[in-house]
Design a binder for this molecule. Structure first.
Ligand SMILES: [Zn+2]
Ligand SMILES: [Zn+2]
Length: 398
């Protein structure tokens, strides 16, 4: 059966009543996207709603984030629900009436949808808190795309009062049909390590290269040699990605460049493998620059750990997905070399971060995440809210 002909699961009346508002909310956020650490308007929209609905402890957190608490009748356990809020430095090329009005900034990953679903969830759980068998801490996290938002929320104590026992969150997936979810037990996303390399030579006249040390030639050798770190120095059974994403150097066609700067990323699923990779990168840089008479500087920063989904929490997501979406409602996927700083929360509390299918029905509207024409099926908002409600209720009932 194709995705579009498949009938959608039924949602409860309170979700159905909220469906149009969720779409309006998502479109408002989509029109006004904000980059990492600049989510001021988004924060205001979120807090304004949370306060209007009477949620407890609704306040800013981690500069541009927001948090609130639904305190159930029996507050014996607390679940964290996380939604990220930031957009990307991309010029939107969609012509929808809700397209971004901010030049060069776009919600091209679906975080606008995450905020809408989490707000709907906060509202309905708060309204029904009298029969809720536990509490739910909400975190509307800034800066997922640039990374660092989750860590700041944890440092600000979002997991502490009341102490969080488990964590859940979803990511909209424009690659998976509506009516299906993807959850991977164990390591599901890689740890991202940003690297920065500076290669220093000695400037000079382009016509007298023998009197200079050409940083561009040294950097070129380094980029090529770095390809062997994965292909020749890594156990084929281990997963490593090493990408040089930027290279920048030189002033003019007739000047030998004194300096070249490069940045890139390493993705790994294991600390030992990461350690080995960093050592090999450093070794290659030392060898290549020594051979060319140049010098190098190398720095790296691992912004979040490997994202590990807890087996029991993933089983809960799978069980509920099968019950709600029916056959084919749960898909498995190999671990992704992508990264998400939900990993920081899951390092502190057992949980599951899963994908919610939201593929646009029309083929012509299907584009990957981070594409200038990215969009998703807005019916996923109500479906996602109903599924989120079921997950929270199932977890707290256990
Ligand atoms: Zn993204
Ligand atoms: Zn994302």
């Amino acid at each position: 059966m194709s995705a579009s002909s498949r009938s959608l699961p039924a949602v409860r009346p309170s979700v159905r009543r909220l469906a149009a508002e969720l779409v309006a909310l998502r479109r408002d956020l989509h029109r006004h996207p904000e980059l990492s650490w600049q989510e001021r308007r988004t924060q205001e929209v979120v807090l304004e709603r949370l306060r209007a609905w009477g949620l407890e402890d609704a306040r800013p957190i981690a500069d541009t984030g927001a948090t609130a608490l639904v305190r159930g009748a029996r507050a014996d356990r607390t679940l964290l629900w996380r939604a990220d809020m930031d957009a990307l430095p991309i010029q939107e090329r969609n012509e929808a009436e809700y397209a971004s009005i901010i030049p060069g900034v776009m919600h091209a990953c679906g975080h606008d949808g995450h905020v809408a679903i989490a707000l709907g969830l906060a509202r309905l759980l708060h309204e029904g808190r009298g029969s809720l068998a536990g509490s739910v801490r909400f975190v509307f996290q800034p800066a997922e795309e640039s990374a660092g938002g989750a860590r700041r929320c944890i440092e600000a104590g979002v997991l502490d009062e009341p102490a969080v026992d488990a964590a859940l969150g979803l990511h909209i997936d424009a690659d998976t049909p509506l009516g299906a979810t993807v959850a991977t037990a164990g390591p599901a996303f890689a740890a991202p390590t940003a690297i920065a390399i500076t290669i220093r030579g000695r400037g000079g006249h382009a016509a007298q290269p023998h009197q200079a040390v050409d940083a561009i030639v040294a950097a070129s050798q380094a980029v090529v040699a770095l390809q062997t770190v994965v292909s020749r120095s890594t156990d084929p059974a281990d997963t490593v990605v090493l990408t040089i994403g930027t290279i920048e150097g030189g002033e003019r066609h007739n000047i030998i460049a004194e300096q070249v700067r490069m940045t890139g990323t390493i993705r790994t699923f294991d600390d030992k493998v990461l350690g080995h990779t960093l050592k090999r990168v450093e070794g290659v840089l030392a060898g290549v620059t020594a051979a060319m008479g140049a010098e190098y500087e190398f720095s790296h920063y691992t912004s979040c750990p490997v994202l590990v989904n807890d087996a029991a929490m993933t089983a809960l997501v799978e069980r509920e997905a099968a019950a709600f979406f029916g056959d084919g409602g749960i898909r498995r996927r190999a671990p992704s070399t992508g990264a998400d700083d939900m990993a920081c929360f899951l390092e502190k509390a057992p949980g599951c971060y899963f994908f919610l299918g939201a593929q646009p029905p029309q083929r012509s509207r299907r584009f990957p995440h981070h594409h200038p024409r990215f969009d998703f099926d807005e019916r996923a908002l109500a479906v996602g809210l109903e599924f989120a409600l079921r997950l929270v209720e199932a977890y707290l009932k256990q």
